[in-house]
Ligand binder design. Structure first.
Ligand SMILES: NC(=O)C1=CN([C@@H]2O[C@H](COP(=O)(O)OP(=O)(O)OC[C@H]3O[C@@H](n4cnc5c(N)ncnc54)[C@H](O)[C@@H]3O)[C@@H](O)[C@H]2O)C=CC1
Ligand SMILES: O=C([O-])CC(=O)C(=O)O
Length: 343
């Protein structure tokens, strides 16, 4: 039995992501947590005739014989939702509006993520945790510190979801190369904001040649693809549908790997020194938290790979700009976890 939880399930990402998880045969039970509207979202999803059982508490079926899928903060709903979870996906928090950076979300989202991770640490200490809430560069270090302070940090089970950067890179490279996006593997490493996002077009498989007059614009589009959506949504938020697709792609890969499927690799933002093979990679990239291609398996992050061998001079420059910004984002998260501002 696999129990999946979505925290922030009523939101722009949370709803389509919950739909995709509801349709996934690898998921047997789905618990939806949010500060609003989960009974409705759960009732809606519960009519879908797929595997996961989701009977909303709002319908009054709250007996032990029933799986209860929609949870609100009242009656310790977060604990009830998270209890015994195998995988917890967190898209809770506010999204950007035009003119904002992801770091501008820190003041609100840092506290939201910290609170949710504290609950996970208490009632689902061995769950695989996938953090989507921005700024990912900082919310993942916050999560790690909280789990550490509760004595339950397993770096192989904590992931910052950077898959949308890979999804975008595949799409944009496909547009230029004419190859189908589904046949391309495009490594994107680093963090998840602006210049901390480092696409490695020299390492695309099967290899593609990017015309030099298109290279800078392509890098920029991958790094600032999120801004493109924020601008187009014009105040109504940021990427939700493509993020639900990306979040599900990562979650599904992880679930398959946990069940024993081999050869599943995806870049993800992890605490490298705690992942097999990651210590050496952390030394090369110069950051402890960093997204690199990670082999997934029954323990989660089974092996971090060094993506830097043979990268181009231009990619080295991108990497230098990335680590410069990323270090500050990581430090900010760690500091917050230990000294949250007093209310
Ligand atoms: N990692 C990535 O690649 C991406 C990350 N994001 C981030 O994901 C987050 C969510 O984005 P959207 O779904 O568009 O926002 P949204 O505002 O549509 O949904 C967020 C949901 O979180 C809920 N929420 C707020 N506080 C909560 C708490 N304490 N516990 C549980 N739920 C809580 C809200 O009620 C809302 O339903 C944002 O921080 C956004 O920046 C967005 C796109 C890509
Ligand atoms: O741009 C944003 O704020 C949301 C996000 O992380 C993305 O779309 O990559």
């Amino acid at each position: 039995m696999v129990k999946a939880v979505v925290a922030g399930a009523s939101g722009g990402i949370g709803q389509p992501l919950s739909l995709l998880l509801k349709l996934c045969p690898l998921v047997d039970e789905l618990a939806l947590y949010d500060v609003v509207n989960t009974p409705g979202v759960a009732a809606d999803l519960s009519h879908i005739s797929s595997n996961a059982v989701s009977i909303p508490i709002s319908l009054g079926f709250g007996t032990d014989d029933w799986k209860i899928a929609g949870y609100l903060p009242k009656d310790d709903g977060a604990k009830a939702a998270f209890k015994g979870a195998d995988i917890i996906v967190i898209p809770a928090g506010i999204p950007r509006k035009p003119g904002m950076t992801r770091d501008d979300l820190f003041n609100i989202n840092a506290g939201i993520v910290k609170g949710l991770i504290e609950i996970a640490a208490e009632v689902a200490p061995t769950a695989f945790i996938l953090v989507i809430s921005n700024p990912v560069n900082s919310t993942v270090p916050i999560s790690a510190e909280v789990l550490k302070s509760k004595g339950v940090f397993n770096p192989q089970r904590l992931f910052g979801v950077t898959t949308l950067d890979i999804v975008r890179a595949e799409t944009f490279v496909s547009e230029i190369s004419g190859k189908a996006p589904t046949e391309l593997t495009v490594p994107v490493i680093g963090g998840h904001s602006g210049e901390t996002i480092v696409p490695l077009f020299s390492k695309v498989t099967p290899s593609v040649s990017i015309p030099s007059d298109k290279y800078d614009a392509l890098v920029n589009r991958v790094q600032f693809g999120g801004d493109e959506v924020v601008k187009a949504k014009d105040g109504a938020g940021s990427a939700t549908l493509s993020m639900a697709f990306a979040g599900f792609r990562f979650a599904e890969k992880l679930l398959k790997a946990i069940k024993g499927e081999k050869g599943l690799v995806e870049p993800t933002y992890v605490y490298l020194p705690g992942v097999p093979g990651g210590k050496e990679v952390a030394e090369v990239v110069g950051c402890d938290f960093f997204s690199v291609p990670v082999e997934l398996g029954p323990n989660g992050a089974e092996k971090a790979t060094n993506p830097l061998a043979g990268i181009t001079e231009k990619e080295k420059e991108l990497l230098a700009a990335c680590t410069k910004g990323l270090k500050g984002n990581i430090e900010k998260g760690v500091t917050f976890a230990h000294n949250p501002p007093q209310k």
